[in-house]
Design a protein around this ligand. Structure first.
Ligand SMILES: Nc1ncnc2c1ncn2[C@@H]1O[C@H](COP(=O)(O)OP(=O)(O)OP(=O)(O)O)[C@@H](O)[C@H]1O
Ligand SMILES: [Mg+2]
Length: 251
């Protein structure tokens, strides 16, 4: 369904992505792990052209193009097929939950206000927030704000949703409600690429786990392969650190 090959991206003299490949089938739940600065966010942002990669190709349905040279129209078509969930929600403070969801439907997807509100309420229902449609972000908890962020991403019915550490800005007691919404979406057959360090989510929901370090994919496999039998020393070291942090947090 979605195939990316040989993605390269630099910021100034810093090479951030150094030849990353990514292959996504319909219904896949892919979790991306890796240390801070390894290029996870940059990879997600390159897929829907929030960042413009320097090199690489994308095949997405009927679109086959170069990441660096894709035309405006190709970028528009790829953006229509993807939803993005940001770490810090990125909601408009002066718009209600429903308006945050309908804005993109009206402006980017060409729905009438009436159709957009119908679709927006449907998306809010899916994240359990239909009764908060008229609330402003400041009147919502962090978990609720992120669920609005998810509703905004899924409302246009994208083919794939990209999640960039959707729970890492949340207080621990609010993480569960967001993960539960993501699990429901996964069950409904949504194709998802999720940058997260929530190991239990990765273990129970992902069909593939990718470990990145310093701009390359170090290894990938099923959750069982990566968590129980990691092959690369960098993966082993990373998992140890994450699991130790979890343990320290638990005590
Ligand atoms: N717009 C930018 N301008 C300059 N450098 C950037 C920009 N965006 C990212 N970088 C750099 O690229 C590197 C990779 O960043 P990226 O955000 O992709 O990492 P990450 O794996 O998502 O890390 P984290 O786990 O901390 O979110 C970092 O060194 C970062 O400073
Ligand atoms: Mg990041």
């Amino acid at each position: 369904m979605l195939e990316l090959k040989n993605i390269h991206k630099s910021f100034g003299n810093n090479k951030i992505l150094k030849g990353v490949d990514l292959s996504v089938n319909k219904g896949d739940i892919i979790v991306i792990l890796g240390p801070s600065g390894s290029g996870k966010t940059t990879l997600l942002r390159s897929i829907n052209f929030l960042d413009r990669a320097d090199e690489g190709t994308i095949d997405f349905g009927e679109i086959h193009t170069s990441l660096s040279k894709a035309s405006k129209n190709e970028v528009y078509k790829i953006r229509k097929k993807t939803g993005f969930v940001f770490q810090n929600y990125n909601l408009f403070a002066n718009k209600t939950a429903l308006e945050n969801v309908t804005e993109g439907l009206i402006v980017a997807h060409g729905y009438s206000k009436e159709e957009a509100e119908k679709k927006g309420l449907e998306a809010l229902r899916k994240v359990g927030l239909e009764d908060r449609a008229d609330y402003y972000p400041s009147q919502l908890s962090g978990g609720q704000q992120q669920r609005v962020g998810i509703a905004r991403a899924i409302a246009p019915e994208p083919e794939v949703v990209l999640f960039d550490e959707p729970t890492s800005a949340l207080d621990p007691e609010l993480v569960g409600e967001v993960l539960n919404v993501m699990k429901d979406l996964a069950k409904s057959g949504m194709t998802m690429i999720v940058v997260t360090h929530e190991m239990s989510f990765a273990e129970s929901v992902a069909n593939e786990v990718i470990f990145m370090d310093q701009g390359v994919v170090v290894e990938k496999g099923s959750p069982r392969e990566i968590f129980s039998h990691p092959k690369d020393a960098r993966t082993v070291q990373f998992l140890r650190r994450i699991l130790r942090d979890d343990f320290e947090y638990a005590i």
